[in-house]
Design a protein around this ligand. Structure first.
Ligand code: MG
Ligand code: MG
Length: 256
């Protein structure tokens, strides 16, 4: 069975650990968001994230991940950069930028994964709308994370929410199960058909992550082999939560 269709059911005790990991990850994102000011470098933001992780005795699953090994603890992606931007001491934030921060925390053997996008100072009306739509799409997807639904219900809800508001979802990067590993099954794309895919069961934990582009669904990867940008240079945004399916309401794990 391919990873994309695997599911791992977590016990209540494991969910408790994941909730704690999620709390720490939310603290990392809050610390970074607080520092979004003109002149701050993306390396400064990574350092702020590492300080929080260290204070909890935690590490990031991002550091050393993949090929070439990802060199930082968070990814910082500005404006047309959709995901996986690498922090750099010479990259300074400017007034009007929108900054996507994706963070992961390993705590007692479990991973939390979440992301947000926020503005630096005053941002354009289009950027504001993009942030609202992307965060709205995440919560639309979360509302479908119910026992008895299927992953396609979640995917279709995200896609419809975004496209009916005039923006695009990427088809190249997807949401995913999360647990002992950062990327587990099932795969949950930001597009799909209601009623299709894997049946959601209590104890499943999934990182939902709408990645939204203003002008095109197409992306390309920069020569650093990590940074993903919109193919047309248009603005992009990314919001993510790790969420558990329960017997009742969906449980967002990555909150303060
Ligand atoms: Mg993430
Ligand atoms: Mg993720």
């Amino acid at each position: 069975m391919s990873w994309a269709r695997q599911t791992n059911i977590k016990t209540p005790a494991e969910l408790k650990i994941m909730r704690e990991a999620g709390h720490i990850n939310a603290s990392v994102l809050a610390a970074v968001k607080e520092r979004l000011q003109p002149g701050v470098t993306t390396a400064d933001l990574n350092a702020a994230a590492e300080e929080v992780l260290k204070s909890y005795g935690c590490t990031s699953p991002f550091k050393g991940y993949g090929h070439p090994p990802y060199p930082a603890s968070v990814t910082i992606s500005i404006n047309d950069e959709l995901v996986h931007g690498i922090p750099h001491p010479k990259r300074k934030l400017k007034e009007g930028d929108i900054v996507s921060v994706d963070s992961g925390t390993i705590y007692e053997g479990f991973v939390a994964d979440s992301a947000l996008t926020a503005g630096v100072g005053e941002i354009s009306p289009q950027a504001k709308k993009l942030l609202e739509v992307t965060e709205g799409a995440l919560h639309e997807g979360i509302s479908k994370m119910r026992k008895g639904n299927r992953t396609g219900d979640v995917s279709a809800a995200i896609q419809n929410y975004v496209e009916s508001r005039g923006f695009y979802v990427t088809k190249e990067y997807t949401g995913h199960g999360v647990g002992r590993k950062m990327h587990e099954g099932p795969q949950v794309p930001n597009y799909g058909h209601a009623g299709s895919g894997i049946l959601l069961r209590p104890g499943m934990t999934i990182a939902l992550e709408p990645m939204v582009l203003v002008g095109t669904p197409e992306t390309r990867v920069l020569p650093d082999q990590w940074t993903v940008v919109s193919a047309d240079g248009s603005l992009t945004a990314h919001f993510e939560h790790s969420v558990a399916v329960t017997e009742g309401e969906p449980l967002i794990l990555t909150v303060l």
